[in-house]
Design a binder for this molecule. Sequence first.
Ligand code: NAD
Length: 265
Amino acid sequence: MNLPTIASIGFGAMARALQDGLARNSDSLRLSGALVRSATNQEATTNFTLWQSAQELIAAKPDLVVECAGHSAVREVVPKLLEAGIDVIIASVGALADSQTRDRIDRAAQTGKARATVVSGAIGGLDVLRAAALAGLDEVTYVGRKPPPAWKGTPAEHLLDLDALREPTEFFNGDAASAAAEYPKNANVTAAVALAGLGFDRTRVRLVADPHQQTNSHELEAIGAFGRFRIILDNNPLPENPKTSWLAALSAEQAVFRHFTNLEL
Ligand SMILES: NC(=O)c1ccc[n+]([C@@H]2O[C@H](COP(=O)([O-])OP(=O)(O)OC[C@H]3O[C@@H](n4cnc5c(N)ncnc54)[C@H](O)[C@@H]3O)[C@@H](O)[C@H]2O)c1
């Protein structure tokens, strides 16, 4: 039996976790190779191909590609794959905060009769949000809470003395469009919530530096005709990249299983 060819864009922490996860959890699915910026011999094995251009990857006719690279790969590589008729799972959902990129991906998928799917990533409850939106949502609020050092390298650094913080402190309260633009490192979760629910202008985002917090926590609350729901996730990091939640890699793996299953549970 021929195994499907599954490739990743990028071969960093998430793609490696996907490779390990598929090897551990499936007899029939495995990562066949990756599109990388520069190939090193250590990564190439007889069972694993490294492609160095989108053209090379397209020529290999993969059945599915999982983007595990970053926002620029969503803009630059994903449309080419979709136009060539290759289905793509997108992990860097934050790239879709830009409406031109969303339109480009949509048009490319239509041209190639291919499917682009976004992962739920580090956040959960998006199935509830999508369903609830059908009857109308009144409010959606996302609260991102991280230990102060995790906000270093963001505008929070100029708003707070992160090293001196003793109490949880909110430093951003605004819409998802501004949050995604000002805090691009948080944009994947913000965009996933906005796209599933009330959109970028009506989704409220609060960002908090919390010295009592050990992990990255995501809280999502929605109120609408369906009722009300609230979910809190305290995510452990991927050992290879503390900036990426383990759950984000697991959700990419789960999206691969869903893609190939006949009965989606
Ligand atoms: N949806 C979510 O909740 C969520 C959570 C975490 C991460 N992510 C996304 O997943 C991406 C991957 O995460 P990671 O932990 O593996 O990051 P990582 O930095 O460990 O690895 C990313 C790899 O992709 C490579 N890369 C970047 N652009 C490329 C391109 N155009 N072509 C080929 N390779 C390219 C980089 O060189 C790097 O090796 C992140 O950039 C982020 O956008 C999404």
